[in-house]
Design a binder for this molecule. Structure first.
Ligand SMILES: Nc1ncnc2c1ncn2[C@@H]1O[C@H](COP(=O)(O)OP(=O)(O)OP(=O)(O)O)[C@@H](O)[C@H]1O
Ligand SMILES: [Mg+2]
Length: 506
């Protein structure tokens, strides 16, 4: 169907058109010229009228003009050129001549455009819901993904749809679940494997624990005593001595402090206070991360199961603990996959994994330097070669580490209103045009702009609604208040009754 004609000056990437029909933003169009069929997407639309222009100052003249001029409206729009349909969507070398006819892309054409290898269906086109939008799983995982939107716009729903579809392919995901939203999820295509946030100290590296305990690298006397005590505690733990690792640490340090000897030599008096400092730091560590260190659990990586939605349950953990768990898992995973790919020796992680980081602005913040941010950015940069994918999910794109965000070559952006957030998203993604950016505030819940290597063309998608069970849905606040009130009144009534039965005078 012809919807209009090209007008004005054209370029290789953009054209303007004039129309008498009202197409929709996000709709795909085709243009034929130079023997090619070019695909484009409508990015902006303006509805105007020649006679009802800005120079009218009296509303009553509108009726008069309309009765004379009839309906002289026009539609003007901009189309972003996406490429030659017969040549792998390559951008043509010549701009479209003005006057070229513009057609709405037909269903066949669109189905072909959204056909990808290893497809994952995330939804349908906003403009034509019967056209399925598929994304390429390999490209999504190797080139990483960011899911960004304001709160309540549908990020977690999108994550659930992705996870459920990935499970069809034996997809293996690890989600860092900050609010225990996914722990009880009910997927159609696979199971959830909940992993508790506990690390056996024998799998923690010295540098990791040194950071946890907060001994700076310049405090070398403290570090020496701590290192020695750590070695003793680790070797005890490795022997299968299941006494608490932190207790062994403290006992060892205390024994040096009290006997005043270390390796059969006297400890200088000024060094004694340093040992006390270390003891205090171990106690702080116990208070802060006590629940995290458990000598009875195995390597956390070996708990990740193929073909399951592995959920690291961080709902009860504070941010500091979450940060330690996330960095430990990501660091170990990268190490393990490097060994597996290069030397084929590693036992723990023999398959690729897709890591999903909810609340990415907390775990990879822009302005603070924390371990989880370091390892998130390492996976973002190096994960591709070792089969580790990353999905950053956040309601505050402007607070995410821009290095990690810009490594996400794929994006699903739902409704996003805050201008600074929009700017950040745009600077992290070269394919988000100014015109598309303007659409972000007007998206409805569950509607998204999908960009990147995992789709052949930028797409406006209505994401499928996840039908399985999931927590984190909006609460019915008013109903909860009412229910509480009813229950309270019931309780009072029951008490009154039993008081009466006992012969009391209420
Ligand atoms: N694609 C969709 N289709 C239909 N309803 C949806 C869709 N996406 C989200 N919703 C509805 O919107 C609600 C909020 O969605 P969701 O929990 O995914 O938002 P969110 O972006 O993760 O929010 P938060 O930032 O609070 O985590 C859901 O309870 C669901 O009812
Ligand atoms: Mg959410």
């Amino acid at each position: 169907m012809i919807i209009g004609r090209v007008i004005g000056e054209t370029s290789l990437n953009n054209i303007e058109f004039i129309s008498k029909t009202t197409p929709k933003i996000g709709e795909y169009v085709t243009l034929n010229y130079d023997g090619k069929t070019i695909l484009g997407m409508i990015e902006t639309l303006i509805h105007g009228s020649v006679s009802l222009n800005n120079d009218i100052y009296d509303p009553s003249t509108v009726d008069m003009i309309q009765s004379i001029e009839g309906n002289d409206f026009y539609i003007k729009g901009k189309v972003k050129i996406l490429g030659d349909l017969k040549d792998n969507l390559r951008i043509p070398r010549t701009p479209a001549p003005p006057g070229t006819e513009i057609y709405l892309a037909d269903k066949n054409t669109l189905n072909k455009v959204f056909q990808v290898k290893n497809p994952l269906k995330i939804g349908g086109l906003i403009s034509q819901e019967d056209i399925d939008v598929n994304i390429d799983i390999n490209k999504m995982i190797t080139r990483h993904l960011a899911i960004l939107a304001m709160t309540g716009a549908g990020k977690s729903n999108t994550v659930c749809v992705l996870m459920d579809e990935l499970l069809k392919y034996n997809g293996t995901m690890v989600i860092f679940d900050m609010h225990s939203e996914y722990v009880d999820s009910d997927f159609n295509n696979g199971e959830v494997n909940v992993i508790d946030p506990e690390i056996n100290p024998i799998y923690i590296s010295f540098s990791e624990i040194r950071r946890l305990i907060n001994i700076s690298s310049s405090a070398y006397i403290q570090e020496r005593y701590f290192r020695e005590a750590y070695k003793i505690a680790i070797s005890e733990a490795r022997k299968g001595n299941y006494r608490d690792f932190l207790n062994i640490l403290k006992e060892t340090l205390n024994s040096w402090y009290e006997t005043e000897t270390f390796r059969n030599k006297d400890i200088k008096s000024n060094e004694k206070t340093k040992i006390m400092d270390v003891i205090n730091k171990v106690e702080d560590l116990e208070n802060k991360y006590g629940s995290l260190l458990n000598t009875n659990v195995g390597d956390i990586l070996s708990q990740i199961q193929l073909g399951k939605a592995n959920v690291i349950n961080l709902g009860q953990s504070d941010e500091a603990t979450a940060e330690v768990i996330v960095s430990h898992i990501l660091r170990s995973a990268l190490k393990s996959r490097k060994l597996f790919i290069r030397e084929k020796t590693e036992k723990s992680l023999k398959f690729p994994v897709f890591f999903i980081v909810e609340e990415a602005h907390i775990l990879a913040p822009k302005n603070r330097s924390i371990n989880s941010k370091l390892w998130i950015s390492r996976i973002a940069r190096e994960g591709r070669k070792f089969g580790l994918g990353l999905c950053l999910v956040s309601q505050s794109p402007k607070s995410i580490d821009p290095d990690s965000l810009s490594q996400a070559n794929n994006m699903i952006i739902l409704r996003l209103v805050e201008p600074q957030d929009q700017r950040h998203v745009q600077s992290a993604s070269e394919s988000l045009s100014e015109d598309l950016l303007l659409q972000l505030p007007s998206l409805n819940i569950g509607e998204a702009i999908v960009l990147g290597l995992m789709v052949n063309v930028p797409t406006l998608v209505k994401i499928d609604e996840f039908k399985g069970r999931r927590y984190g849905d909006d609460l019915d606040i008013v109903n909860e208040w009412t229910q509480y009130k009813i229950n309270q009144e019931k309780d009072v009534e029951e008490q009154r009754q039993s008081f009466k039965e006992l012969g009391g005078d209420y």
